[in-house]
Ligand binder design. Structure first.
Ligand SMILES: Cc1cn([C@H]2C[C@H](O)[C@@H](COP(=O)(O)OP(=O)(O)O[C@H]3O[C@@H](C)C(=O)[C@@H](O)[C@H]3O)O2)c(=O)[nH]c1=O
Length: 195
C-alpha cells in the first residue's frame, strides 16, 4: 500500500492521508486503511469502532464534537459520497494554537482522509445533497463523555460555506457551549503518533 501523509498547514498535528489508487479499465482500487502501512507512516492507533453518517441536504453541519478524557478519540475521517468541508479545532488548553481551526475539503472524488488526534474538536458541513462520511475512532462511543463546542463560536470564527441562518443542525448542536466554557479539559499526552 502506498500512502502519502502530510501535516496540515494550519494545525500540524492533523494529518492528511492520501492512499494510492490503482486505476484500470474498470475504475480503481484503493486500500483505504492498512494498519501496517499506517504504522510505517508513523500512525499507530488501534481503531475500535467505524461510523458512517449521511446528511441528506447540503448545508448540514455536524459538530463541533469530541469525547472527553478518559474516552478521548482519535478519528480517521473520509467522505464516501459527495463533498464535505471538514473542520478541526485545537481545543488543548495551553496549546499555541488553542482555538485555531483548519478546514479541508474531503470528497468521494479526492479520497483524502484526515487523521484528527485527541484534543481537537471535529465537525463538518455537507457541500452537496446526500453526503456520506465514514470514520474510524480509537475509543468506543461513550455518551457520558460526549461533548462539543458551538459551531458559531465567534472566538473560533469559522466561516461556514452557507449563510449561518440557513444551516441545518441538530437541537443538541445548537445548544453547545462556547470554547471558553470547555477549556478546563486536561488531555493526556499524545501517544500513537511517531512522526
Ligand atoms: C457518535 C455516536 C452516536 N450514536 C447515536 C447517538 C444518537 O442517537 C445518534 C446521533 O448522534 P449524534 O447526533 O451525536 O451524531 P453526529 O452529530 O453525527 O455525531 C458525530 O459528529 C461528527 C462531527 C463526529 O466527529 C463524531 O465523533 C460524532 O460526534 O447516534 C451512537 O450510537 N454511537 C456513536 O458513536
Amino acid at each position: 500500500m502506498t500512502l502519502i501523509v502530510t501535516s496540515d498547514d494550519a494545525l500540524p498535528e492533523v494529518l492528511h492521508v492520501l492512499p494510492a489508487r490503482h486505476t484500470d479499465g474498470r475504475g480503481w482500487f484503493s486500500e483505504t486503511y492498512n494498519r501496517s502501512a499506517f504504522f510505517a507512516a508513523g500512525i499507530d492507533f488501534e481503531f475500535v469502532q467505524d461510523n458512517q453518517s449521511r446528511s441528506e441536504k447540503a448545508g448540514t453541519v455536524r459538530g463541533l464534537h469530541f469525547q472527553k478524557p478518559p474516552h478521548e478519540q482519535v478519528k480517521l475521517v473520509r467522505c464516501l459520497q459527495g463533498r464535505i468541508l471538514d473542520l478541526v479545532v485545537d481545543i488543548r488548553p495551553g496549546s499555541p494554537r488553542f482555538g485555531k481551526f483548519t478546514a479541508v475539503e474531503l470528497s468521494a472524488i479526492n479520497g483524502r482522509q484526515l487523521l484528527i488526534p485527541a484534543g481537537f474538536a471535529h465537525g463538518f458541513c455537507s457541500l452537496d445533497d446526500g453526503c456520506e462520511i465514514y470514520y474510524k475512532v480509537s475509543a468506543h462511543y461513550a455518551p457520558q463523555s460526549d461533548a462539543g463546542v458551538a459551531f458559531d463560536d465567534p472566538e473560533i470564527g469559522i466561516h461556514w460555506p452557507f449563510p449561518t441562518d440557513s444551516l441545518i443542525l441538530s437541537d443538541k448542536d445548537r445548544r453547545l457551549p462556547a470554547l471558553k466554557d470547555c477549556s478546563d479539559l486536561v488531555w493526556p499526552a499524545a501517544v500513537g503518533l511517531n512522526r
